[in-house]
Design a protein around this ligand. Structure first.
Ligand code: XMP
Length: 517
């Protein structure tokens, strides 16, 4: 494999994903691996990721420098570029200068194997404080910026290359080309890996993990759980039962849709659990977002545990528990819950940071290292219909994290109506494939004055949060046509009780997240 050495932050998985896009198999290893660990994995190339630190900071993530004696082609990115420069005898300086965001980088020669054929000046995305002041001996400087004299370097002889910028982010114009030049030209690797390989590998891994045990799968109606369930079904067939928990936080018509679509297209045995009263009971009086998320995460698990007991009783299996639970966890869920190396907890996704500590299940999460669009492709390869794989994301905690304030049955009813109107109008306007998703949020603790039918009202605002995104890690607000917004606003304020205002969220991510809680 290509090994991506993780120095923290959120970059390593993104790099691994770009390597997969280039048709090459990759795995991630922590920066604490030794040269011997690496050698044992027989890597065909190494990529050193960016990271949050300065190489001079105390406790800065280090790397076993014997790794550079293994004779494996290596690409250093940002922090990884500086680690490489230092280990090979170059110089890294803390100049006090910082470069963040879009920056112009200029080739200093023909660009070599790494940047050859790219424009003389190109837009790259930077995020660094320290900089490489002198390239190691035998290395050619390939590019520079106004503030960074050594912004890229390489040694064709050693097969070592590095860039100060982030080629893995979409904001770098020719970033993917840099990664592909390194993989295909510098390391000589063929593009022969695709999502079909993921399916074969996961099927084999799941069979080995599960043996003849029975398994339940958490199905939510969303893409991720649909694909993970289908994948596990392919691996172990009838050993699997899918469980759909109706937690009372669903959108209008959602339960019926899951029950019909999913069973019709996969033939998986499905159990629906009615748990609305239980969830609402536990959410009573709670308005803190993280607390809501943890309660919902925990109650999901409690519902699965109950199904587990029922199934065991039904099969009269003597005390044989169903110890495996399939979840459709994706990589962004893991990162935001603080699960990457050295990453901050932004919010606890119900299926990661929201899990209870006394979890009795062994988890099967075949999509844990992937991004949504990769998962959609796998779903298509598995034969799931477009109605399922093309669906917009909807979070497991559902409307529970779209009511800012306490969640009550009454408020849910209001939000459900407003959401149904927004979805209907967006679909009617043919905008479904243009937007990534459009959360509709009820600001239940906010009131404002309105006038309706000659009378004063004192109602709540509804927020529309349409976003465009590629992988939910970053997003921009979607510029919806005014006439569509106007239609949605009119219909909601005319027909949804207690709502007298509709507002539009025009914040990108970052700094906002997609969901309000
Ligand atoms: P944020 O709000 O973090 O959302 O920008 C990123 C994406 O993740 C979805 N999301 C969740 N999905 N469980 C889920 O299954 C969760 O707890 C959760 N929180 C956020 C959100 O809808 C968006 O697509």
């Amino acid at each position: 494999p290509v090994l991506v050495v993780d120095f923290g932050a959120q970059y390593a998985q993104l790099i691994a994903r770009r390597v997969r896009e280039a048709g090459v198999y990759s795995e991630i290893v922590p920066h604490t691996v030794t040269a011997a660990d690496i050698a044992a994995k027989n890597p065909v190339a190494l990529i050193l990721s960016g990271g949050p630190s300065s190489v001079y900071e105390e406790g800065a993530p280090a790397l076993d420098s014997d790794i550079f004696d293994l004779g494996v082609p290596t690409l250093g990115i940002c922090y990884g570029f500086q680690v490489m420069a230092r280990a090979l005898g170059g110089e890294v300086a803390n100049t006090g200068l910082r470069e963040y965001g879009a920056t112009d980088a200029s080739l200093t020669g023909d660009g070599g194997v790494l940047l050859g054929g790219q424009p003389d000046t190109q837009n790259v995305w930077m995020s660094h404080g320290d900089q490489v002041a002198r390239a190691p001996e035998g290395f050619e400087v390939l590019a520079s910026t106004a503030d960074t004299p050594v912004a890229a370097f390489g040694s064709a002889e050693k097969g070592f290359y590095g860039v100060q910028w982030h080629p893995e982010v979409k904001h770098t114009d020719r970033g993917q080309e840099v990664i592909e030049n390194f993989l295909h030209k510098a390391a000589g690797l063929a593009a022969d890996w695709n999502s079909g390989n993921v399916i074969d590998e996961q099927v084999a891994r799941i069979r080995e993990q599960v043996g003849s045990a029975r398994v339940i799968s958490a199905l939510s109606g969303g893409v991720d759980s649909a694909v993970s369930t289908a994948l596990v079904h392919k691996a172990i067939g009838d050993q699997l039962t899918a469980v759909f928990v109706d937690h009372g936080l669903l959108r209008k018509g959602e339960r019926e849709q899951v029950e019909q679509d999913y069973v019709a297209s996969t033939g998986v045995r499905l159990i629906t659990v009615d748990a609305a009263d239980t969830f609402l009971g536990h959410l009573k009086g709670v308005s803190d977002p993280e607390q809501k998320r943890k309660i919902i995460g925990r109650e999901f698990i409690r519902a699965f545990e109950k199904v587990q007991l029922d199934l065991v009783a039904e099969a009269k299996a003597e005390g044989e528990p169903i110890k495996f639970l399939v979840q459709g966890t994706l990589y962004p869920d893991v990162v935001e819950s603080g699960g990457g190396t050295g990453t901050a907890n932004i919010k606890s996704h119900h299926n990661v940071g929201g899990l209870p500590e006394d979890l009795d299940f062994e988890l099967i999460e075949p999509l844990r290292t992937l991004f949504k669009d990769e998962v959609r492709q796998i779903g298509r390869d598995l034969g799931l219909p477009e109605a399922i794989v093309g669906r917009q994301p909807f979070p497991g905690p559902g409307l529970g994290i779209r009511i800012v304030g306490e969640v009550t049955a009454d408020r849910l009813e209001i939000l459900r109506e407003a959401d149904a109107i927004a979805r209907e109008e967006l679909t009617r306007a043919g905008l479904d494939s243009e937007i990534w998703q459009c959360p509709v949020v009820l600001l239940a603790d906010v009131r404002s004055v309105g006038v309706q039918g000659d009378g004063r009202t004192y109602g709540h605002p509804i927020v529309l949060r349409p976003v465009s995104s590629e992988d939910a890690m970053t997003a921009d607000w979607t510029r919806l046509p005014y006439d569509v917004l106007s239609k949605i606003s009119n219909r909601i304020t005319n027909s949804v009780r207690d709502v007298n205002r509709v507002v539009l969220d025009v914040t990108s991510k970052p700094p906002g997240t997609i969901e309000w809680e």
